[in-house]
Design a protein around this ligand. Structure first.
Ligand code: B12
Length: 177
């Protein structure tokens, strides 16, 4: 995924920005990436249910329908033995809060891929901190940086799914090599 599929999506994204790639092609690229990921997913070893950690609530924030990166995060977390509650995409802050309370989650992961949706991410971080005591929020997505994550009040920024797994392991115990 990191070596071929993600760079391919980046190239398509750059073309879209430059006006050489159009929305239908962007959609086709996303579909192809989803299909490739389904193959990778099927080849991953099954989760060992005797050592379930978490739960971790994940969502793509309100107004944002990009979910390929979030889905990779979910799959990798599950692969490392975490129970993941995936709320999907375009998820309102109140829905994230309700799920975190219901699941007694200690960690929420939010994804945003557009400059226009980091506002919704900031609002979600604020609401989780306000209404779910003791719950930490980690954020990710192509438009985010460590600095920006700190600015919107997130507890952690992970540049990719593996960094997220390491962060989750540091919270729930067990070091990842
Ligand atoms: C595929 C894609 C689409 C697909 C999405 C399909 C899907 N199911 O996700 C489709 C075609 C539907 C789409 C639609 C649109 N898109 Co689009 N899209 C992309 C593209 C090409 C790739 C995104 C992607 O999947 N990357 C691969 C994944 C694996 O990377 P990732 O998400 O960053 O995830 C990794 C890390 O960031 C991190 N991570 C991600 N989430 C999380 C969460 C947590 C908790 C953590 C810790 C880590 C983490 O881990 C992941 C794995 O390592 C990008 C270009 C780009 N370079 O990003 C544009 C891009 C994001 N899209 C863009 C735009 C503008 C749109 C549209 C508005 C287009 C339109 N005019 O309609 C719509 C958005 C509609 C909406 N309301 O959301 C712009 C955003 C510009 C901006 N800066 O705001 C981009 C940057 C393209 C561009 N250069 O113009 N898009």
């Amino acid at each position: 995924m990191n070596g071929e599929i993600v760079p391919a999506l980046e190239a398509v994204g750059k073309g879209f920005e430059a006006g050489t790639v159009f929305l239908p092609q962007l959609l086709m690229a996303a579909e192809a990436a989803g299909a490739a990921f389904a193959v990778v997913r099927a080849a991953m070893p099954a989760q060992d249910s005797s050592s379930v950690k978490g739960p971790v609530v994940v969502a793509t924030v309100k107004g944002d329908i990009h979910d390929i990166g979030k889905n990779i995060c979910r799959a990798l977390l599950e692969n490392y033995g975490f129970k993941v509650i995936d709320l999907g995409r375009d998820v309102a802050p109140e829905v994230v809060v309700a799920a975190a309370l219901r699941e007694k989650a200690r960690l929420v992961g939010l994804s945003a891929l557009m400059t226009t949706t980091v506002g919704a991410m900031e609002e979600t971080v604020r609401l989780v901190h306000e209404r779910v005591p003791g719950c930490l929020v980690t954020v990710g997505g192509a438009v985010l940086t460590e600095d920006y994550a700190r600015k919107i009040g997130a507890d952690n920024y992970s540049k990719d799914a593996m960094c997220l797994v390491r962060y989750a392991e540091s919270l729930f115990g067990e070091a990842t090599a």
